[in-house]
Design a protein around this ligand. Sequence first.
Ligand code: GLN
Length: 487
Amino acid sequence: MSLLRQQAQKCLANQVTHKGLNAFIATENADAVLRSVEADSGTDSPLRGRLIAVKDNICTADLPTTCASSILQKFRSPYDATVVEKLRKAGAVVAGKTNMDEFGMGSHSVHSAFGAAYQMNADGQEVSAGGSSGGSAIAVATQQCWAALGTDTGGSVRLPAAYTGIVGFKPSYGLVSRWGVVAYANSLDTVGVLARDTAAAKQVFDAVNGYDASDPTSLAPSTRSRIQAALSSAARRTSLRIGVPTTYNIAELSPVVRRAWLKTLQKLRSQGHSLHPVSLPATSSALSAYYVLAPAEASSNLAKYDGVRYGTRAAGPDGGDGEVLFSRTRGQGFGDEVRRRIVLGAYTLSSEAMDNYFIRAQRVRRLVQGDFDAVFRAANPLMISSPSANAQPEDHGVDVLVCPTAPGLPPSLKQLQETKPVDAYVNDVLTVPASLAGLPAVSVPVAVEGNGEPDATVGMQVIGQYGHDDLVLEVGGMVGDFKPGAA
Ligand code: GLN
């Protein structure tokens, strides 16, 4: 029996064993999976015969795409998203569609019409797997697949990776096609990869990265070549300048996370890299700006689910006295968190609130981008016509930033029930700045001792300048403590 078939069988067996964790909304038929694994796809791509799970907001023609929402419970896409098409071309086999926070809105994968997805700690307690790509993270962490696709709007690939001890990579905005990916907040949505180590994450990223004429925000081939040319002409350095954003050392950081951060920085120094404290002053406003901009885009994107154009219509008559045609359909079809975001977004876009909220948040977004450009040694290739115009002198600026992914360890589902839904928003405080700026960022697991869990890890984040995706993965590879299993 081939090794690939053996590995696929192990994944299929784990899907049965770990069914209770609710990682998948739908799985592929096991026989069909094994047949595809052994089929000769005529490619020598490293993804050949690999089982890859796909978040349920990414369209697949052979399985439903529900976004974990009742309103899309009957939706089946007539086509594959470009990313899925690319995976299949590389010989990968779709393992199934993973559970998530409805439409990508949430940080713990508990806001799902199919019930929460979660992980178990050593004491048998149900613990948050992070969100919104929690199903994808659990599927990789418990080896129900080899790697998975997720989407990251404000941290939804990195946070679940941090909570489940795996790698979560959010590429630069615009590199990976969003065609066939159900929109939450278009200007932030990024398809990302969950895998057990950075080498596997890179293999998946390389397969899905590329210009797509169907996605109007896909980075143009000319800009891609310009970035490539600038990267290959830059001198390859053996000693990197590592930025330590002191503004990320917030009071909410738990001591074990701070210890892991220090350990990571010491490791980099002992490998010959230099450390440089940097300040990103707009950080403190980034979270608020995100929670104005993302719901605003969401309220506009989700307007089409009215049971007429898209979505399942509620049974019986709709639109009673003083109501509109789709009141009941939208009221029943969306969960609490999605309804909260729609109301919030509709408000910040209203004429009375527009200037004070939406416009201000857009300004903060520019400041956050400016903060990053001011500390990176490389110029932002999207901001200038000549690549070296605002680059820092050789002995200034940093190559990457290293900081934690989340302020604390994953809470138990029980703890979550005792907190207010909006308390979850603070978990995104360290991930949203890179999202607002469209920068590549990876979360890698770093081993920590002494918090009571065997094999405990904390997620550490590496953020780079736009287009420096490979460097970010390389530095992630230097500091991560990866669990075996990706070979
Ligand atoms: N937790 C954030 C939110 O709810 C991020 C979600 C995401 O990245 N999709 O908006």
